[in-house]
Design a protein around this ligand. Sequence first.
Ligand code: SAH
Ligand code: SF4
Length: 393
Amino acid sequence: MTNTAPITQDVLTIPRKLPEGPVNIVGLTRDRLREVLIAHGTPEKQARMRVNQIWQWVYGWGVRDFAEMTNLSKAYRAELAEKFVIQIPEIVNREISADGTRKYLVRIAGGHEVEVVYIPETDRGTLCISSQVGCTLTCSFCHTGTQKLVRNLTAGEIIGQVMLARDDLDEWPTKGQGFGTEGPRLLSNIVLMGMGEPLYNFDNVRDAMKIAMDGEGIALSRRRITLSTSGIVPEIHKTAEEIGCMLAVSFHATTDEVRDKLVPINRKWNIAALLEALRDYPKASNSERITFEYVMLKDVNDSDEDARRLVKLIKGIPAKINLIPFNEWPGAPHQRSDWERIERFADIVYKAGYASPIRTPRGEDIMAACGQLKSATERARKSRKDIEAEAGL
Ligand code: SAH
Ligand code: SF4
């Protein structure tokens, strides 16, 4: 489809040359870590082994101080401490909801803040992380969409969110006790469903998730990581190829007319283009279904016809449909659909052969629901007029 909607994206480039001052190790891929170690004087012959050792300390056992890396010589530890740091974002506030949900307010370089949410369930625990501060897109129902993009998070800040949650949950194995791959884990799943559009920060998200999946570190299986996108069609294929994680798509509407308003990126890549990319998603199979996220908005996208159109549209795609009761926020231009309506919608989808779980609102007492993360201190706001104009409201 042709489209002229003014949707733009500011991409910050990652400097590839050595920065001045100590280098942060967190967020570097194994290859990049090897490069910087060599550039700072580690003999090339030893570099691979040093990468392995440092990697295990940092990502396997959660160590932040070179002095504790006892399988490295004292002299080498001192050298590392001079040239490198092991730095993750700082938790500035933590709230724990009555249902156990934990919301962290996290400060990153430049004084910006993002939120991270940990949602415990009986057999697993999911961490919802952010990929950008703010978002360039302006989905009408999303609070992040009211905040201008401040910047992309670095790979270190993305994986750092996982590390700080592991710190808080006290879930780092001790050296010599494996990497936690065998036992049940408190933090067993990651969803990229916080602030921002992960596919507009592709390289950093990829590098961070590669670190999360590395078997000698955090060691989460790719099936336990879900990336949610609003539908950045050209990047979808790359997600399967270069990250290999599970995919969720913010679908939210069954006609272009409605989706153009709710998810304005639809004007650039419409429903047909999106579905085509999903049909080609190399990983989609019955055991690895694509999640279609569908926010339930009263009298906007929640009719029986919508439910029927939805199942027709996605026919042939291995899918499950996650119905999300709209999380209201002050000034939002929508209301949550009635409970009976959501159940009726779910029933139609279910009878057509798709799993259609209704996402239980979690941590509502601390406003921690994933997908509406908000930072009280983030002042850069898009004007309501901009949002309404974008959404055609
Ligand atoms: N930018 C990505 C990921 C972040 S949003 C995306 O749009 O997919 C994660 C999910 O929460 C998306 O499906 C988003 O549409 C949904 N969401 C955002 N605001 C919401 C709200 N107020 N209530 C319910 N779901 C919301
Ligand atoms: Fe951005 Fe996703 Fe919110 Fe849309 S729903 S504004 S893409 S964070």
